[in-house]
Design a protein around this ligand. Structure first.
Ligand code: DGY
Length: 334
């Protein structure tokens, strides 16, 4: 929708990298950046949104049906992130509000974190690092701190999308790992390029040596990795989650690790977030946890900021937004 830039007021909900914010300012838009490190409360968000025409936000902002119905004047929402489970995109579409995100630009960075967690868990690196800090490194011990090797092992990818495929590429070229995957639909490209084999969810659980999550969070995937799932996995398996913490049941994960149902876990996302500092996972030998940093490199965060800003700019210039996530419900709402 073309609009005089002077009439556009973009609410920027966090201190995102300047690049995107400068793009919005250079376009002549009014830009209101939330100045604090902490996210806005729901009340603050609603108040600021009421005097804005566009929202540049991220996963900390809950944009549900009541919010959208209260703010149906909003022209466009642009999410700094690939996941958008904080936004009711269907309702937004029915209200005629396009929602866009930042896919592709963060696939490498996120796959690097999944790959790094896998290696760290398999060699107990976080744990051993902490043991030095505790003064426990006294002498060389041939039989302790032993990890497991990854060469030739089976990687199971839950959600073979852009990030899943990047993780599979890394595992295949670095360790000659074999790839199986489970998606809603088979992915011919992944099968051809990565010699990946499509399997059922149960087979994914049963055959994976490393099971890595890259699907998006939905009603279908929420809580999917629970005790029942962990019990089906190999006792030697490593579970990696860099997607969304709500996809695993954390109490069950703790139990599964304690009871030896699986061997280790690497998490960049937790349930809940932030993780409590007394969470038992932080004291486990075969566990590595990071504070949701999948896309956190300077280069990637700059690209995300630019892409999120470009969604808003394209909208007001009347250009096609490539990374629209609610095209179907928008069409239906029209
Ligand atoms: C994403 O892009 O979805 C990351 O998890 C950050 O929100």
């Amino acid at each position: 929708m073309r609009r005089d830039p002077k009439e556009v007021r973009v609410l920027v909900t966090r201190k995102f990298p300047e690049r995107g914010i400068d793009m919005l300012k250079n376009e002549g838009f009014g830009v209101n950046v939330w100045p604090h490190e902490r996210p806005m409360t729901g009340e603050e968000f609603l108040k600021e949104a009421k005097r804005s025409t566009a929202i540049f936000c991220t996963l900390s902002e809950k944009i549900d049906r009541p919010f959208l119905e209260d703010c149906s004047h909003i022209d466009v929402i642009s999410q700094f992130g690939v996941g958008y489970d904080n936004i009711d995109v269907m309702t937004a579409g029915h209200l005629g509000i396009p929602v866009c995100n930042t896919p592709d630009v963060l696939s490498d960075a996120t796959a690097d974190v999944a790959f790094g967690l896998m290696i760290n868990v398999s060699r107990k690196m976080f744990w051993l690092h902490k043991s030095i800090a505790k003064g426990e490194w006294k002498y060389f011990r041939p039989g302790s701190g032993l990890g497991i090797e990854l060469r030739g092992k089976m990687l199971g990818v839950f959600g073979m999308g852009r990030i899943g495929a990047e993780m599979a590429r890394r595992c295949k070229s670095a360790f000659g790992m074999n790839i199986i995957y489970h998606n809603r639909k088979p992915d011919k490209k992944a099968e051809d390029e990565l010699e990946a084999r499509y399997v059922t969810f149960d087979a994914l659980l049963e055959e994976s040596d490393v099971l890595t999550l890259h699907a998006s969070l939905s009603k279908d995937t929420e809580g999917m990795f629970d005790m029942k799932a962990f019990r089906r996995m190999k006792k030697s398996a490593i579970f990696i989650n860099t997607a969304r913490g709500l996809m695993h049941n954390e109490e069950d994960l703790i139990r599964a690790l304690r009871e030896g149902e699986i061997w280790g876990a690497g998490l960049d996302v937790t349930n809940p977030e932030p993780m409590d500092q007394n969470n038992p996972l932080l004291e486990m030998e075969n566990v590595a946890v990071l504070p949701h940093i999948g896309s956190a490199t300077e280069e990637t965060r700059n690209r995300m900021s630019e892409l999120a800003a470009s969604g808003i700019i394209k909208y007001y210039r009347g250009e096609v937004i490539d990374n629209l996530v609610n095209r179907r419900s928008l069409d239906r709402g029209r």
